[in-house]
Design a protein around this ligand. Structure first.
Ligand SMILES: NC(=O)c1ccc[n+]([C@@H]2O[C@H](COP(=O)([O-])OP(=O)(O)OC[C@H]3O[C@@H](n4cnc5c(N)ncnc54)[C@H](O)[C@@H]3O)[C@@H](O)[C@H]2O)c1
Ligand SMILES: O=c1ccn([C@@H]2O[C@H](COP(=O)(O)OP(=O)(O)O[C@H]3O[C@H](CO)[C@@H](O)[C@H](O)[C@H]3O)[C@@H](O)[C@H]2O)c(=O)[nH]1
Length: 431
């Protein structure tokens, strides 16, 4: 089927390439000419495992192309809208200007019978406002939220754990079934519902995930004052299948382009709906999460005897999670910048996050090699659990550093072996 994907960022570029892999004829459209030039040349504009190969295959097969020209979407039967919905600059709500912009630019090229499919994460009620604008063209609107995780985006798109469509007309579900035939034939659960429920499914899923992380981080706060170990606690409660061990890793907390802004947008939307109290707990979820960053800085001050001023600190990790170059609302980069702000001599490293970090925080010193970051440091702070940092050898690390001290802000290391190598070790919610 001929498809267009409007917005080719972390979500849209992967979606476009994955749809081409499934045999569809796809045009990816973005207003960012630089991004489109890279994509058209088969080069991934951001780090996402497997994307480069998928792009190259799709382009070589003649099923995938990229352009800034919206008129090239005209002959597509289904148009996916995957533009950003960031937090408003002056509030907690979602900034919907890109969604409205994309819909308005698409309207003149829509043909009767075409289907516009929202994939962006939007506040419940957004699609209802757009339905009539689309219907005027003879096309229709559906909402098909996306649940991919960065770092696993290719696999999550090709083999999702569920597919959700919000539709006005059941025939539109049939069209989407054709798009997703491969996943559906493989038995992927499919939920067909109304527009509001589809929008809310996405918001609720991210609110739940954020709550789960903040729950375990709240337990870490209690563990810190009682001498309990939050990792053992998570293992123990996680054996209860009703709770589950996944997303119970205490540490520096959640960041990224989704969970933080999505819980804030949900809070803002609930307030508009007169139901602020229903999700008031999300304010606490956010507050617990942000306190974890402060706690890492407090640990650094304590370990360095009361001040980080002029002290050399190696910050290991900059991205919001491993296997991504995304630094949006990254706890790791935030901690690096806070330590720098307190006068520390920060040297930061990351396998894929340095370029994006430098653009946002040019004042920090960056080195590509973790050994160079550690050399001569009085403290190391592991803030993003890249495999390369998880696998660091404690004895060799101690040899590189001026003083063997480490804050394991992701609880990613084995405390016993680091202590045995002479390290003063601090985890979060465990010692
Ligand atoms: N990143 C993820 O893991 C993920 C997963 C699920 C859902 N989402 C949701 O998907 C949406 C996109 O997120 P993202 O991370 O890909 O953002 P992003 O910022 O990486 O990409 C958005 C893209 O849209 C483009 N754009 C903006 N206005 C446009 C227009 N009028 N026409 C064409 N292109 C336009 C931008 O240039 C940018 O390249 C958000 O709503 C997000 O919440 C993201
Ligand atoms: O036990 C855990 C698990 C995750 N995190 C942190 O939580 C953040 C988010 O992680 P993750 O959810 O894996 O990353 P995203 O790629 O942001 O994916 C989330 O956000 C996407 C955008 O909405 C959704 O599609 C996904 O389903 C949802 O998991 C990261 O900073 C992680 O380090 C923790 O601190 N502890």
């Amino acid at each position: 089927m001929k498809l267009s994907v409007i917005g080719c960022g972390y979500l849209g570029a992967v979606h476009a390439a994955a749809m081409a892999k499934l045999g569809h004829e796809v045009v990816g459209i973005d207003t960012d000419a630089e991004k489109i030039a890279k994509l058209a040349a088969g080069s991934a504009p951001f780090h996402e495992p497997g994307l480069q190969e998928l792009l190259a295959d799709g382009i070589a097969a003649g099923r995938l192309r990229f352009t800034t020209d919206i008129t090239e979407a005209a002959d597509a039967r289904v148009h996916f809208v995957a533009v950003g919905t960031p937090q408003l600059a002056d509030g907690d709500g979602a900034d919907l200007r890109y969604v409205h912009g994309a819909i308005e630019s698409l309207r003149p090229v829509l043909r009767p019978g075409a289907l516009v499919v929202g994939k962006s994460t939007v506040p419940v009620g957004t699609a209802a406002v757009l339905v009539d604008r689309i219907a005027e063209t003879g096309a229709s609107l559906a909402w098909n939220p996306e649940f991919l995780r960065e770092g696993f985006a290719v696999a999550d798109t090709l083999t999702p754990d569920r597919i959700v469509y919000g539709v006005v007309d059941d025939a539109d579900a049939g069209l989407l079934d054709e798009v997703y035939r491969a996943a559906l034939e493989a038995g992927t659960p499919r939920i067909v519902t109304d527009l509001a429920t589809a929008e809310l499914v996405k918001t609720a899923a991210n609110a739940f995930l954020a709550t789960k992380i903040s729950f375990i981080n709240a337990m870490a706060e209690i563990a810190e004052v009682t001498g309990a170990d939050v990792t053992t606690l998570a293992d123990a409660i996680g054996h209860d299948a009703r709770i589950g061990r996944r997303f119970l890793n205490a540490g520096i907390g959640f960041g990224g382009g989704c969970l933080p802004k999505d819980i804030r947008a949900f809070t803002a939307r609930a307030e508009e709906l007169g139901r602020a109290e229903s999700v008031a707990f999300l304010r606490q979820v956010d507050a617990i999460n942000l306190r974890r960053r402060e706690r890492v800085v407090e640990h650094a001050i304590e370990l360095l005897g009361g001040s980080v001023f002029t002290r050399r600190i190696a910050v290991l990790g900059l991205t919001f999670k491993p296997d991504s170059d995304d630094i949006r609302d990254s706890p790791a980069l935030d901690v690096a910048a806070r330590l720098y702000g307190l006068g520390a001599d920060v040297v930061a490293t990351d396998p894929h996050g340095i370029d994006n970090s430098r653009a946002k925080h040019p004042q920090l010193e960056y080195v590509a090699d973790v050994g160079d970051a550690l050399r001569g440091a009085e403290l190391a702070v592991l803030v993003t659990e890249w495999a390369a940092y998880r696998e660091l050898d404690p004895r060799r690390t101690a040899e590189l550093m001026a003083v063997p001290r480490i804050i394991d802000a992701r609880n990613a290391l084995d405390p016993a072996s680091w202590k045995a190598a002479g390290f003063e070790y601090r985890g979060l919610g465990r010692s």
